[in-house]
Structure formats: structure tokens, C-alpha cells
Ligand binder design. Structure first.
Ligand SMILES: NC(=O)c1ccc[n+]([C@@H]2O[C@H](COP(=O)([O-])OP(=O)(O)OC[C@H]3O[C@@H](n4cnc5c(N)ncnc54)[C@H](OP(=O)(O)O)[C@@H]3O)[C@@H](O)[C@H]2O)c1
Length: 209
């Protein structure tokens, strides 16, 4: 693996993965709404909202000009809120579905022409079966949809696709929900190490961590 593109890169997991890939000698294009935060990690930084088709298309064009074919596609954007169905606005629902699911479609579609023949795809999912809980309907539905999308994409493109399903990871994600982060939450750096090992071992499908 030589070149990677990481969409939604500025989160706790995105930054740890960017750092791990750079440490392993990969050139990484980081696409993020907060590009200034990524410049310390990689020189190849693009500003984009992963849920906006025109921004995704422009970012893909720029990425293709920065580096030749990508060996690795990663989608690490995501959003969460604790909102019961009775109180959730359509805008809340759309934001959660867009960040966790629609952005995965938009960025994967835009990236396909940029990928090397043996490129691998990685999506950050969640153990959504355990998250069908009050307040988490949109998040759980989006992550279930993400898995279905990734599996169908794998069959369509015959490319290895991996959906990583972490338990708790110590990132700012937890600031968005009124639950305490479990004491045994993984450090994002440890998660990044494990994901990289899984990639080098050729793991596809679901990866529960
Ligand atoms: N942390 C956990 O315990 C945990 C557990 C299971 C699964 N996950 C999954 O892991 C992934 C990464 O989460 P994290 O823990 O790293 O959370 P995080 O620190 O909150 O990062 C999430 C990232 O997604 C980005 N994002 C959201 N909407 C976006 C949009 N429309 N356009 C561009 N970027 C957007 C955010 O960008 P901004 O910085 O610009 O807002 C942020 O950088 C998520 O999919 C999450 O569901 C996390």
C-alpha cells in the first residue's frame, strides 16, 4: 500500500489512522471540514463536507491531481445524537443519515475511478445490533445501512471492503451524547494499529473490535 485517501479525517479515529498510515510510509490525502487541523499530519489536505455532492466531486478531482492511484479508501466521518423519535426533527435525521451513510456512498462513488486495481475500502461502522436503543434510532439505522451498502459495493466492484465495528473509542464523539464513555474505551491510536494489522492480513467483511 502506497497511497491512501481518508474522508472525514479530522475526528479522533480519522487523525489516529492518518498518523498510523503516514508512520507506515503511506502518502495520505486527508479530506475534512477542518483541513487546518490535518496539515500537521499530512501535506495532502483538502477541505470538503462529505455529505455535499459537489464538494465531494471537487475533492475527488483535487485528490486525483495530488497523488496517482489510491491503494486504500477510508471513510471515517460520522455523527451521533441522542434523540427520541418523538422529538427528532427531519433535519436531525437527515444530518445523522448523511454523515454516517450518504457520505459513504458519495465518497466511495467519487473515489472509485481513483482507485488502484487492488485497492481496499474501509468504513467505520458500529455494533448497531447493540445500539437499537432509545435515542439512537437514526444512528443505529444509519450504521446498519452502512454495512448493507459496503457488502453490496464489495460484490459490485469485487474489491475488498472492510467495515470496522469498534466498541467505545476515546474520542470527542462521546461529547455529543449524554452517556459516560466506558472506562475500557480504546485509545484511537490502538484502534488504528489494529485496523492497519487487519488490512495487512487481508481481512474483509466485518471487523468487531
Ligand atoms: N468513538 C467511538 O466510541 C466510536 C465507536 C463506534 C464507532 N465509531 C465511529 O467511528 C467514526 C469516527 O468517529 P470518532 O470517534 O473519530 O468521532 P469524532 O472524533 O467525532 O469524528 C467524527 C468526524 O466525522 C466528521 N464529520 C461528520 N460529519 C461530517 C461531514 N458532513 N463532512 C465531513 N466530515 C464530517 C467530523 O468532522 P468535523 O470535525 O468537521 O465535525 C469528525 O471529524 C464514526 O463513524 C463513528 O460512528 C466511533
Amino acid at each position: 500500500m502506497k497511497n491512501a485517501i481518508l474522508w472525514g479525517a479530522a475526528g479522533g479515529i480519522g487523525k489516529a489512522l492518518t498518523q498510523k498510515l503516514v508512520d507506515e510510509g503511506l502518502a495520505v490525502v486527508a479530506v475534512s471540514r477542518r483541513p487546518s487541523e490535518m496539515k500537521a499530519l499530512t501535506p495532502h489536505v483538502i477541505a470538503a463536507d462529505v455529505t455535499q455532492p459537489s464538494q465531494v466531486a471537487a475533492a475527488a478531482r483535487m485528490a486525483g491531481e495530488m497523488l496517482p492511484a489510491f491503494d486504500l479508501f477510508l471513510y471515517t466521518a460520522g455523527d451521533i445524537a441522542s434523540l427520541k423519535v418523538a422529538e427528532m426533527t427531519p433535519a436531525d435525521w437527515n444530518r445523522l443519515l448523511a454523515a454516517n451513510l450518504t457520505g459513504a456512498f458519495l465518497t466511495a462513488q467519487a473515489s472509485l475511478p481513483l482507485l488502484a486495481p487492488d485497492a481496499r475500502l474501509v468504513f467505520l461502522g458500529a455494533v448497531h445490533e447493540r445500539l437499537r436503543l432509545p435515542g439512537l434510532s437514526a444512528y443505529a439505522a444509519a450504521k446498519a445501512g452502512l454495512e448493507a451498502f459496503a457488502e453490496a459495493l464489495r460484490k459490485e466492484t469485487r474489491r475488498p471492503a472492510l467495515v470496522v465495528r469498534p466498541g467505545a473509542v476515546d474520542t470527542p464523539f462521546w461529547h455529543k451524547v449524554p452517556f459516560s464513555m466506558p472506562k475500557n474505551a480504546l485509545a484511537p491510536q490502538a484502534l488504528a494499529e489494529t485496523i492497519f494489522s487487519a488490512l495487512t492480513e487481508g481481512k474483509t467483511g466485518l471487523l468487531d473490535l
